[in-house]
Design a protein around this ligand. Sequence first.
Ligand SMILES: [Zn+2]
Ligand SMILES: [Zn+2]
Length: 168
Amino acid sequence: MAELLNYFGGKRTFVTAMAKKPSFDEIYMDLAEKLSLRSHCVKAQVGAVLTKDTRIVSLGYNGPPAGTHNCDIEWPEEGCPRDSKGSCSLALHAEQNAILYAAKNNVSIEGSTLYVTLSPCIACARVIFSTGIRRVLYKNSYAEFKNIPTDEGVDFLRKFGVEVTKMP
Ligand SMILES: [Zn+2]
Ligand SMILES: [Zn+2]
């Protein structure tokens, strides 16, 4: 049986041609995780991928708008200016960047699926719902990260009919 070389999550593993194929969900979450590594944010690195009919329509990671600041370069020690909730006051969230890129390029995201490494905050959840994204898959909990009692973004989306799934 042929052996294929597979690069997965930076790890090098050998799989046989008969091995289980990765699902699209796994592939796009892997990509979102890779994208998060490009973030210049000092506090959190988050990646997002938007797909439609299993094809990528947009992607993004968190950070100030392109062409403005790179937080880690400008404020390497003290970190970037914080807002009242302790978040970076300059950054767009990964989901926002993915959605804005689609908007800027007239790509329809109605009915699309969002893969994001950190569950959406409430502000992003409102935008996700309004743009017609129907399915959200995330890896880590925003509530756990922020030490707040509930994942209010996830609760909001589920309440209004968006399918939200936590991936292992
Ligand atoms: Zn920042
Ligand atoms: Zn957000």
